[in-house]
Every structure is written in structure tokens, then in C-alpha cells.
Ligand binder design. Structure first.
Ligand code: HEM
Ligand code: HEM
Length: 244
């Protein structure tokens, strides 16, 4: 396998080995947090509120959830770095474009870091950094070379990936509001947005595996470029095959 092909595996590897296990833990803790809250909202025959679920689940959900935001946005940035380096070949771009792309990466990572550092009593800053980080991901994803599958957006790894990354940033930004809001509106919004996120994560598992299957290895590319994708036919023998 060529070096560039091996590097293409870094993103799927990180997603499978780190991100998906973290999603599983976060979802399990989320379910328990909700169950515990619902159990405690009811009074039993003896007039007591009881739950066998430990009181720490909420805190643990949030702790792993904070990691999840970093892991998902991180794995998205790794995919975009790979595409922009090996497909867009950033060094072949005009200096202005290349500088802009590098600055966008720096600004996006800095915005995510600042979002982590923002205090709970600074909602305007949390909203600001989330907007900047999301804009950074979208702008990087709009560059040439990123395979967006716009004509089939409903099964596009790119659109799902960017959306779910923004949903994770939004969850981190909303965090203090969930605790502060007595009407539970932020909690309900959090549940709705993250149920959607779970569906998108499942979609990422499918569309990512499909894309991995469809992308040829470096040495196969020149042969496969001679194929007719519409009729799904390839020349019997590649024209640049020099073997006897
Ligand atoms: C797979 C993604 C996620 C899902 C499915 C999910 C779902 C949930 C659910 C069902 C609850 C319980 C709501 C209730 O009490 O009725 C909850 C609570 C909460 N979630 Fe998430 N969540 C996810 C990711 C995140 C992330 C990334 C963060 C922040 C970084 C986060 C922060 C919180 C907070 C602060 C609470 C309140 C916990 C408490 O009451 O102690 N969640 N989430
Ligand atoms: C949380 C899960 C994931 C997220 C957020 C995510 C996000 C992304 C994004 C934003 C891109 C760049 C757009 C593109 O070129 O399509 C990308 C590319 C890619 N992803 Fe994922 N992904 C995830 C999981 C996976 C998994 C599980 C696999 C495979 C098993 C995978 C395989 C790929 C492949 C093959 C590419 C294309 C790279 C290229 O064009 O050479 N991804 N991903």
C-alpha cells in the first residue's frame, strides 16, 4: 500500500476505534440520565422518590460528551486535512488560496479550543465561538477536492459529517443552559438534536464504509479511470498494461 493510501485510513481508523465507542458510552449514559430523572419525578407507595441508577450518571454523560465534541470535530478535521493535502494538493494552489486554507484550519481549531474555555456565564461567547467553528468547518468543506455528493445529499458522508460535527459543537455550547433552564426547554432541545445526531452517526458508519469501498488505491487509479461508470464496464485489458 502506498503511503498516501495508508494515510487515508487514519480517519476511518480514528472514527471506528475512538469516536464510535465514545458515542456508545455517551448514548448509554444519556439513557440512564433520563431514566433516573423520570424515576425520581415519581413518588412511590411509601411517599419516596427512588432510583437504582447512581446519581453520577449525569455527570459522566457530560464528561464523555465533552470528549465526544472534540473527537467528532477532530476526526472531521483529520478527514479534511487528508483531502486538502492529497486530493486538492494544496501546494499546487495559488498562494492566496493555500494561505487562506491553512488560516481557516488554524482559526477553526482555535475557535473550538476557545469554546471549551468559555465560562458558563458567557452565553454570547459560547454562541460566537460555535458559529465561528461551524463556519470554519463549512468553509473548509467547500474547497475543491472534497467529495460532497451534492446530487445525493441525503446519503452524503460529507453533509452528514459536517451536520453532526455542528450538532456536537451546539451540545457543548448549550451545556450550561440545560442546567440553568427551569422550563426544561433546553433539555428537550438537546434530546431532540442529539437523537438526530445518533441517526446521523449511524449514517456515517454506512456512508463511510461505502466510500472506503468505492475509493481505489493509488496504483489502481489510472486503470479505473478508463472504466465507464455509467455502464459499469472496464476495458478487458487496461491500455497502459505493459505486461506480456
Ligand atoms: C450521542 C450524543 C448525545 C445524546 C444522544 C444525548 C442525550 C441526552 C439525554 C437523553 C439526556 C437526558 C435528558 C433528561 O434528563 O431527560 C442528556 C443530558 C445531558 N446532556 Fe446529552 N446527549 C448527547 C451528547 C451530549 C454532549 C456532546 C454534551 C455536551 C458536551 C451533552 C450534555 C448534556 C447535559 C449537560 C445533560 C444534562 C445532564 C444532567 O441532567 O445531569 N450531551 N443528553
Ligand atoms: C463520526 C463519524 C464520522 C465523521 C463525523 C466523518 C466525517 C467525514 C468528513 C467531514 C469527511 C470529508 C468529506 C468527504 O471527503 O467525504 C470524511 C471523509 C471520509 N470518511 Fe468519514 N466520518 C466519520 C466516520 C467514518 C467511518 C466510520 C468511515 C469508514 C469506515 C469513514 C470513511 C471516510 C472516507 C473513506 C472518507 C473520504 C476520504 C477521501 O475523500 O479520500 N468515515 N469523513
Amino acid at each position: 500500500m502506498e503511503f498516501s493510501d495508508a494515510l487515508a485510513l487514519v480517519h476511518p481508523f480514528l472514527a471506528v476505534a475512538l469516536v464510535f465507542p465514545a458515542i456508545g458510552i455517551t448514548a448509554q449514559m444519556a439513557w440512564q440520565t433520563r431514566q433516573r430523572r423520570l424515576e425520581l419525578s415519581k413518588v412511590d407507595d411509601k411517599g419516596k422518590r427512588k432510583s437504582k441508577i447512581p446519581a453520577t450518571v449525569g455527570r459522566e454523560h457530560v464528561a464523555i460528551g465533552r470528549w465526544l465534541t472534540g473527537l467528532v470535530t477532530g476526526v472531521t478535521l483529520v478527514a479534511l486535512v487528508y483531502v486538502l493535502v492529497f486530493k486538492t494538493k494544496i501546494w499546487t494552489q495559488p498562494v492566496g488560496t493555500a494561505t487562506f486554507i491553512v488560516l481557516m484550519f488554524v482559526a477553526t481549531i482555535a475557535s473550538i479550543a476557545m469554546l471549551y474555555r468559555t465560562r458558563p456565564n458567557q452565553p454570547q461567547w459560547r454562541a460566537g465561538w460555535t458559529t465561528l467553528a461551524s463556519a470554519g468547518l463549512i468553509i473548509l468543506g467547500c474547497q475543491d477536492g472534497v467529495f460532497r455528493r451534492t446530487n445525493e445529499w441525503y446519503m452524503s458522508h460529507y453533509y452528514f459529517g459536517i451536520t453532526v460535527s455542528i450538532l456536537m459543537l451546539a451540545s457543548l455550547a448549550m451545556l450550561p443552559e440545560i442546567y440553568r433552564d427551569k422550563t426544561q426547554r433546553w433539555r428537550k432541545a438537546h434530546i431532540a438534536l442529539n437523537c438526530l445526531a445518533v441517526l446521523l452517526f449511524v449514517g456515517q458508519g454506512f456512508t463511510g464504509a461505502r466510500d472506503l469501498l468505492e475509493i481505489p488505491l493509488g496504483w489502481q487509479r489510472s486503470h479505473l479511470s478508463q472504466c465507464n461508470w455509467a455502464t459499469r464496464t472496464c476495458p478487458e485489458r487496461p491500455t497502459n498494461d505493459v505486461s506480456p
